[in-house]
Design a protein. Structure first.
Length: 458
């Protein structure tokens, strides 16, 4: 293991906020509307508020870990210190699955948006092209990547505000309330089940904000910048999520938007028509939201792969740093290979009666929820093991906020397992294969498996 490899600290507060919002903002553009198909507008609104409460408590708690252990591994580094190698593996593998499987869903949405303008362009090959372009941009340097993230995040937020402004004259409460509980004639007898099934799509509104932790090693003033970025980021995303849901669901029959990858252009089309310049502007500028998240998550998964390889959980060559650009270039390429494979994996991931994108979103949400649970356990364990550890930011509302996060994440994880058994089986299989390979590699490299005791790795 080569713990001597470190990434340069060059990021400021604005760039970190842009990464926090940019990682997630594509969730406001697509993916979430599948939740309407399960729970209706009102049922999904309640589900989203529940998940938003979980994320707020999570950020209040997670920021303590990020500021006191500012390492590129993020959750993996916290669990390694608090729970030893087994806990570290669970946190690292869950985060890796979350961050490696989120980009293919976003790339497919980029392809769907481009297909609106160029019907002859294959969405999948457009997704592959997006991978090539943004992997290259991430390899060229963290400052270039971060500056680009600030620009596209600002444009993405502006475009969401433009969407709300343009469709607002046609927004009516009766449209949002119509069939709002998911049933064809009012309250659905399966309301609770529908809300539980909609959980992964509510998570999609906020998924990956914790990716800021993967940039912590590259922040100039982590004690100050990280709390500001996290707290302002979650506030920005919550306001945008509520605005997008209301305006998209109130312009017409929201059921026509419930199973598609481009709900915002289709919602705008109901107001301005298919030939409007506003619609074409939304399609083109709407790409910035998808690009901001796609670009940011490539940044995140590369740092997670780098940290896992540096600590010996993955092959050491994946921790290579480019001699000129100081970026984990092999890790960037490795995650891209997996993502491109997922784009063409219909027979593996397209099952359970859901679209490919919906299943990829679910796999990412499973990884996120497992990571949230392990992280909160790590926070509580570190408070017990190392009460004197310097904590520049102490969890707001401790111990209630981590306990609330654990409660919400456990309910959400149970819901996902119950309603997505085949996808969950794939998730468990990925975790098991990874753990077996990790143990085999440890035996080959180190000659013997170390004892998995709490606190190992400190």
């Amino acid at each position: 293991m080569d713990e001597g490899k470190h990434l340069k600290a060059t990021l400021g507060t604005l760039q970190l906020w842009a990464i926090a919002v940019g990682l997630v903002i594509s969730g406001e553009y697509f993916g979430w509307s599948y939740g309407w198909a399960h729970a209706g507008t009102l049922g999904f609104l309640i589900t989203t508020l529940f998940i938003a409460a979980m994320y707020t408590a999570f950020i209040f708690s997670f920021t303590e870990l990020t500021t006191c252990i500012p390492r590129a591994g993020g959750p993996f580094a916290y669990a390694q210190r608090a729970l030893g190698p087994t806990g570290a593996y669970l946190a690292g593998a869950a985060t890796l699955i979350e961050f490696v499987f989120a980009p293919p869903a976003i790339a497919l949405a980029i392809g769907a948006y481009l297909n609106v303008q160029f019907p002859s362009l294959s969405p999948r090959w457009a997704a592959v092209l997006a991978y090539v372009v943004f992997m290259l941009l991430n390899i060229l340097g963290v400052q270039i990547a971060a500056t680009f993230e600030v620009i596209v995040t600002m444009l993405a937020i502006a475009e969401l505000l433009v969407f709300m402004m343009v469709v607002s004259p046609g927004s009516h409460l009766r449209n949002f309330l119509s069939h709002g509980w998911g049933g064809s004639d009012g309250l659905s007898p399966h309301l609770i089940g529908g809300m539980c099934a909609a959980v992964p799509f509510a998570i999609w509104f906020f998924l990956a904000i914790e990716g800021v932790a993967m940039a912590a090693e590259e922040v100039r003033h982590p004690k100050r910048s990280i709390p500001i970025a996290y707290l302002s980021g979650i506030g920005t995303l919550l306001l945008l999520a509520l605005g997008v849901m209301w305006f998209a669901g109130s312009v017409g029959d929201w059921r026509t938007l419930a199973n598609i990858n481009d709900p915002l252009p289709q919602a705008m089309k109901l107001i301005v028509g298919a030939r409007s310049g506003w619609l074409h502007m939304l399609v083109w500028l709407g790409l910035f939201g998808l690009i901001a998240s796609f670009h940011g998550i490539i940044f995140g998964y590369s740092r997670q792969i780098f940290a896992l390889a540096r600590a010996g959980f993955l092959p050491r060559f994946l921790a290579a740093i480019h001699p000129r650009f100081d970026t984990p270039w092999i890790a960037i390429l490795a995650g891209g290979v997996v993502g491109i494979a997922a784009i063409f994996s219909d027979n593996v991931i397209h099952f359970g009666g859901q679209p490919l994108t919906a299943n990829i979103v679910t796999v990412s949400a499973l990884g996120a929820l497992l990571m949230y649970i392990v992280s909160m356990v790590s926070l509580i364990r570190l408070r017990q093991l190392e009460p004197d550890l310097p904590r520049p930011f102490r969890a707001i509302g401790y111990p209630y906020t981590p306990a609330w996060t654990l409660f919400c994440a456990s309910i959400a994880l149970g819901s996902l397992v119950y309603y997505n058994r085949l996808v969950c089986l794939l998730f468990v299989l990925l975790l098991a294969i990874g753990y077996i390979l990790y143990r085999l590699r440890r035996r080959l490299v180190l000659g013997a498996e170390p004892q998995a005791t709490f606190g190992e790795g400190r």
